[in-house]
Write a protein that binds this ligand. Structure first.
Ligand SMILES: *Cc1c(COP(=O)(O)O)cnc(C)c1O
Length: 385
């Protein structure tokens, strides 16, 4: 398997055949200059890349440690990193001749990104979203529908991201002409590899930018981890370098309360959504519900490459509570005039925690994976409680 004991393709035989068509076409596509040029064209002219690497001077002064740099994925069209991958996979779907794209979404960000690229490329779009998330992220639902997508509210189980993925997989299996555009570095082969390929632009850019701006590599890089796409996108370019890499999961109300979204802290391996990886589960192997204030981190698993990077000790995975993420959200907003997504706020909170362990001449790159507009209601509702 690709990632040590992790990953694989734990799906029914019929689905394997479909996945292998996608896998082969993906391998051909990334060797095809025309495909890559088209992907790069959209990243530049449609998404607005390269995204800046911003030195957060005020935050750095306030914390008093290493220089904190923000990779501004929040400035991308549709407000997060998800569009990088959505464009890549939608172009692949078109290449294969699949005209109906489906997607799952938690925060709504991946749904909006998918609905957007489907509008752009003239593809039919259906988005599966948990009932609870439909309520939490209502503006994104309105947006997807305006963009021409059909949003299916998934009522089973917890009504969040996990159930939306379950439903999307069933639909994918049942419909031959449908392409499943997965939004994170999860799922059966070849998805984790494809998502990494389409997101690694984040780290490739950031590495060049920091070398230009600082004249040397950072001492640490930090990203939030839901399924693990913005993080693997940042990490990939730096894995062979000598620096500290941190992946930050949602600790929710605290790991000890059981109400969290940290699959790695559990240290239990299992199979979910076609892959073998760390999964939140009870002693009987039942999947436990994930919880985080941030809908994008609310997933009981983690991408298989992260499981591997954890096992070999190359990346340190840790977690940040809702409370600390909210503090970081407020601090960045006030000090820098940048309203971060709650997911990204977890990474910022972690950088704040570790900045003092490094020298002032060191730098830390934090992936600001998205903007916080979608989270304003969540923050406003806190005040009412
Ligand atoms: C979806 C999302 C995440 C979490 O997903 P990953 O696949 O782990 O990156 C993080 N930040 C934002 C802004 C998101 O929309």
């Amino acid at each position: 398997m690709k990632y040590g004991e992790f990953g694989g393709q734990y799906v029914p035989q019929e689905l394997k055949e479909k996945l292998n068509i996608i896998k082969n076409e993906f391998k051909n596509a990334i060797k095809d200059k025309k495909f890559i040029d088209e992907y790069k064209y959209y990243l530049k002219q449609y998404v607005g890349r390269p995204s800046p690497l911003y030195y957060a001077c005020n935050l750095t002064k306030y914390i008093g440690g290493a220089k904190i740099y923000l990779k501004r994925e929040d400035l991308n069209h549709t407000g997060a990193h998800k569009i990088n991958n959505a464009i890549g996979q939608a172009l692949l779907a078109k290449r294969i001749g699949m005209t109906h794209v489906i997607a799952e979404t938690g925060a709504g960000q991946h749904g909006v990104a998918t609905a957007t690229v489907c509008a752009l490329l003239g593809l039919k779009c259906t988005v599966f979203m948990g009932e609870v998330d439909v309520k939490r992220q209502h503006v994104n639902v309105e947006k997807m529908e305006m963009l021409g997508a059909t949003v299916v509210s998934v009522k089973r189980g917890n009504g969040t991201l996990k159930e939306a993925v379950d439903e999307a997989f069933e639909y994918f299996l049942d419909h031959k002409d449908v392409f499943y555009l997965i939004g994170s570095a999860v799922g059966p082969e070849p998805y984790p590899e494809m998502v990494k390929f389409f997101q690694r632009v984040i780290g490739d850019e950031a590495r060049k930018q920091i070398l230009k701006q600082e004249g040397k590599l950072p001492s640490a890089i930090v990203a939030s981890v839901g399924g693990g796409s913005n993080s693997i996108g940042l990490f990939t370019a730096f894995l062979k370098d000598k620096l500290d890499i941190y992946g930050v999961e949602g600790a929710g109300l605290g790991i000890s309360t059981g109400k969290h979204a940290s699959a790695i802290s559990n240290n239990k391996i299992g199979v979910l959504h076609g892959m073998k990886t760390y999964i939140m589960q009870d002693d009987n192997g039942n999947i436990k519900d994930a919880y985080s204030i941030s809908a994008g981190l609310d997933y009981p698993g983690i991408g298989p490459e992260h499981a591997y990077l954890n096992k070999i000790g190359r990346v340190k995975y840790d977690s940040i509570t809702d409370k600390d993420a909210i503090s970081a959200f407020k601090l960045l907003t006030r000090l820098e005039g940048i309203i971060p997504a709650l997911e990204s706020s977890h990474a910022i909170a972690y950088a704040i925690k570790i900045a003092k362990k490094y020298n002032k001449s060191d730098s830390i790159i934090v992936n600001l994976s998205g903007r916080g507009d979608k989270d304003l209601n969540t923050i406003l509702n806190l005040k009412k409680d």
